[in-house]
Ligand binder design. Structure first.
Ligand code: SAM
Length: 253
């Protein structure tokens, strides 16, 4: 839930289909936020989106005990999705995972996949809390979808089921190629820059030598260095997504 910087309008992510005059029932939490925090009354306006039907101007139609009823009025922006970027991150301390999910939403990742690696020492992950963080960050950034956050899986299993045509930007602190060079399309124009990418960030203890070896040997891997200093996992995730968006993503649009 968020008051729009610059445009001054609250932006709310809602699950319901959006169309002209469609009734929209935010959750009880969202309703409380609108009426008790933002003091919205019948007739007041806000923006709603559901990740499918674009961004709509909506008005408060009713304020009931069981929650607010909104009415979708008109389409403000047709649905667009950012580039097909995923962030794959080894589970680290809870606070850092929460920061990583928030930044992934801000930096345009469509999906955050949590992985367990040989050296993962993880706190218990509350997916509902990570979903709420992703939703709030999405509302704040003006994007019209919310990144999906997946339950943790083993890195090996994720690599075994790798999606065809997707490229892996493996952040390798033991010595990948300079990121900006590695992400540039080949100078002789050979080979299109793949449209689907995943960025992989390791745990605080790094990847095990076997995991590193397997990752570097895979045909879809681009191993990159994020510079001479060892970055913490959350810093590395932010740096890698920034470089990817600047080199391949939508920052030139
Ligand atoms: N193993 C490291 C160590 O020696 O303590 C620390 C791992 S680092 C905290 C966590 C992850 O961030 C790494 O597995 C890697 O994916 C990424 N990372 C950190 N610094 C990096 C760098 N300079 N280049 C590439 N990746 C980096």
């Amino acid at each position: 839930m968020w008051a729009g910087l610059g445009r001054g309008m609250i932006r709310l992510h809602v699950p319901q289909p959006l169309a002209a005059t469609a009734p929209v029932a935010p959750t009880l939490d969202q309703s409380r936020y609108l009426t008790q925090v933002m003091r919205l009354k019948v007739g007041d306006e806000l923006l709603v989106f559901n990740g499918r039907d674009g961004e709509w101007r909506a008005s408060v139609a009713e304020v009931l005990k069981k929650g607010v009823i909104l009415r979708a009025e008109d389409l403000v922006r047709p649905q667009v999705h950012g580039p097909d970027l995923e962030l794959i991150v080894a589970v680290v301390k809870k606070a850092r995972v929460e920061t990583i999910v928030e930044k992934a939403a801000e930096l345009g990742a469509r999906r955050v996949r949590l992985v367990l690696t040989k050296r993962t020492n993880a706190d218990r992950i509350r997916l509902d809390r990570l979903d709420a963080i992703a939703e709030e960050a999405a509302e704040q950034t003006g994007r019209m979808d919310v990144p999906v956050v997946d339950d943790p899986v083993r890195l090996d299993a994720l690599l075994d089921g790798w999606e065809a045509g997707r490229r892996l930007m493996f952040c390798d602190e033991t010595g990948g190629a300079p990121a900006m060079t590695a992400l540039q399309p080949s100078p002789n124009g050979e080979g299109e820059t793949p449209a689907k990418w995943s960025i992989l960030i390791g745990p605080e203890g790094g990847f095990s030598p076997e995991e590193g070896e397997r990752l570097r040997s895979l045909p879809f891997t681009t191993a990159v260095s994020l510079g001479p200093r060892i970055l913490r996992a959350d810093t590395a995730a932010i740096a890698a997504m920034t470089l990817w968006q600047a080199a391949i993503g939508d920052w030139d649009r």
